[in-house]
Every structure is written in structure tokens, then in C-alpha cells.
Ligand binder design. Structure first.
Ligand SMILES: Nc1nc2c(c(=O)[nH]1)N=C([C@H](O)[C@@H](O)CO)CN2
Length: 118
């Protein structure tokens, strides 16, 4: 399986369990690995034969502007499902981090993998 990746994408998101987090958007950082065969696009040189990472970023911006989540786990699951079902990925690794939300800790977050890495 080949991988298309998006690293350290910073997005505004309404996410968190505390009232102060629900009151306003905060910046989260996403790193995605999207497992898909790139062989067709490698042969054709045609963006229509692959997953367009620019389209993925635009879609995520739109989704996060419209939705609210409590947990990073729920957001990670939502993004993984979107990539598998709407973009045709076979396998995904979704890492999401928040910065500076706990004193003395630089970053906290979750990493999930979904789908079959074949
Ligand atoms: N496993 C998790 N733990 C915590 C989460 C989370 O999303 N997953 N979220 C919070 C708060 O919203 C945090 O961002 C503020 O400190 C706490 N723990």
C-alpha cells in the first residue's frame, strides 16, 4: 500500500469537554497518513486517479467549521471514516494534537489507525 500524507495541518475546531473549550474554537493539529494505491496516478499523471490532498484539506476545514466534538477520539473516528468512505482510502492513520491545554505539557492527543493495511 502507498501513502499520501498531510502533516501538521492546523485547523480551528470546536472541541473539548470543558465550558471554556465549548465557548470558542481552538487550534488543533492534524497529521494524516492515507493508504491508497498511487500506481494508477503514477502511470497516468492525472489527479483524477488519486486522492487529491488539497481536496482533503478543504473538506476537513469545512467539516470542522460546521461540527462540534467533545473528545479527540470522536473527531479522529469521524475523520477516519470520512477518508475511508468518502475518499476511498483503504487504510488511514489519524493523529490529532492540542497544544498547551495542560500546564507543563507541550502537546496531548490521540492516534488511531483504521482500515486494512495491505
Ligand atoms: N482521552 C482524552 N482525554 C481528554 C480529552 C480528550 O479529548 N481525550 N479532552 C480533554 C479536554 O477537553 C482537554 O483538551 C482540556 O484539558 C481532557 N482529557
Amino acid at each position: 500500500m502507498d501513502i499520501i500524507f498531510i502533516e501538521e495541518l492546523r485547523l480551528a475546531a470546536h472541541i473539548g469537554i470543558y465550558p471554556r473549550e465549548k465557548a470558542m474554537a481552538q487550534t488543533i493539529e492534524l497529521s494524516l497518513q492515507i493508504g491508497v494505491s498511487t500506481a494508477s496516478a503514477g502511470a497516468s499523471d492525472d489527479i483524477g486517479d488519486t486522492i487529491d490532498y488539497a481536496t482533503v484539506v478543504a473538506r476537513l476545514r469545512q467539516e470542522l467549521a460546521e461540527r462540534r466534538f467533545n473528545l479527540l477520539e470522536k473527531l479522529a473516528e469521524y475523520i477516519a471514516t470520512l477518508l475511508l468512505e468518502d475518499f476511498g482510502a483503504g487504510w488511514v492513520r489519524v493523529a490529532i494534537a492540542k497544544q498547551g491545554v495542560i500546564r507543563g505539557v507541550r502537546r496531548v492527543g490521540v492516534v488511531i489507525e483504521r482500515g486494512a493495511r495491505v
